[in-house]
Design a protein around this ligand. Sequence first.
Ligand code: PEP
Ligand code: MG
Length: 582
Amino acid sequence: MKQLKGIGVSPGIAIGKVFVLHSGESFNLPKRIVGPESISNEIARFEDALTRTRTEILGIRRKLSDQIGRESSDIFTAHLLILEDRTLIEDVIEVIKNEKVGAEYAFSTVIQRYFQAFSQINDEYLKERISDIRDVGRRLLGNLCGEEKKRLEEFQGKVIIASHDLSPSDTASLDRSKVLAFVTEIGGPTSHTAILGRSLEIPAIVGIDKIISELQDDDTLIVDGTHGVVVINPDQQTIDKFYSQENRFIQITGELDKLRELPAETLDGKRIVLAANIEFHHEVSSVISHGGEGVGLYRTEYFYMNRTTLPTEQEQYESYRKVAEAMASKTVIIRTLDLGGDKFASTLDIPHEMNPYLGWRAIRFCLTRKDIFKTQLRAILRASVHGNLKIMYPMVSSVYEVRAAREILDEAKTELLQENLAFDKNIHVGVMIEIPSAALASDVLAQEVDFFSLGTNDLIQYVLAVDRMNEKIAYLYEPTHPAIIRLIDMTVRNGHRHNIWVGSCGEMSADPLIAVLLLGLGIDEISASPVVLPKIKKVIRSIRYTEAKEIAQKALTLQTGKEIRDFLDEKLQNICKELEGE
Ligand code: PEP
Ligand code: MG
């Protein structure tokens, strides 16, 4: 039995068999023992992966050579030489035969020996070849591991997925009926993979250092997504303890769900809107069952992932219409395409960038790909007659973008008028405040739009210069940092001064302490994953607004994130006893 700690990103407890899904990114793989009858199959898999990798590299080399000349494609010639190295190939086959292991494990052991040997050579040129070996190795491992997903599809029963990394598009394509929970080695608390864990409503933990090398397929795992704890091959006593915790979790969740019909209103009558974030239209049922008073953020980019063609206007219209109708008169905020950062779509040729989070993404992408943007705007406008839709633009950094987007929206409206297609002529348009410049100039932006929604996931990453994906610096990702709460305070005040409402749709409001802080800072709406809404509602219904305002004012005078968190903790200790022990 072994216990490991990571960052719990989706609450709940799961107990089950592990299924290790290799992404091909890491060379630390679990040892998969195979029977003597499978050895020839493993060798064939390895040879097949060699051929596929070779074909891929030849293709890239040809393309590069045509586009930028022979010289720059030479690096791939070096890659081919590595792939054709007889010693390497024979070493891998030897390991498969002698140790009776799977091809990927054999290959990763051999290649690690090569790294070791090369790093000891006293020759700079040869040392640099390590990165070539690593590149080819990753590509080959990727080809070997690509089959894993197929293996998962064919797998009978439910498993806990363990992977070095899961991209948002991989996570989005997981079959919910097969997956009890997932754990990864990398990823921060607000990475989109973490967010998807919550929307799938399965326990999830990210950032567990080197867990993959500790695991063998078929090990039993306990995943406690609330506390970020994983237990490998637990004894019966530990299993019993976690089962009783799971029962308590189910009981608390059940109790909280009883608040479904009640408003998010403080003891002294201050009411805010408690809405939900969704990624897929079918999540509306979860929004309703958890008492969401609307959709505060519909992340539409998943529409564009895991497919070979772009979504059509009609397809999008139908999906937005479903959400609008299901939520009836309640507000549904549709955020326009926010690709880039950690979210990519293979159909859109977004080039690889050095700093994807600072690059050609979200509204920046949409303003240059007007065709794609206008198709989406037309779909939203057409769906707007079926409910109460609002449009929200992501990653706005200045009024230029709002004005440029408005021009395209106006064009879409004119076209629809000409085509006699109905839409809500007064549809509200808002922006996400998630770039420091937008928060600092929120007085200017407030005069151009109908509402703000604070995107604190990105705001924190940009203000504190902390990559939200990186588990190694997750300790610096501090929602209570004084710089963050001052910017939120400033944005809320600027919004209200110009008579627009201000919401918050970042993950930090899922924490009851922070929800109270946001309430005290005067926020009008909180939007979070459906599963966490009951908990936020409970805390709001347990406090007086006057008290929340005093707490926020005091927090604004404190000097560090830790001081603010400790202060909130102390103030709230007695407010919500029911949430304790979760
Ligand atoms: C945010 O940045 O806070 C946000 C809600 O958007 P996303 O997580 O999709 O970037
Ligand atoms: Mg964002």
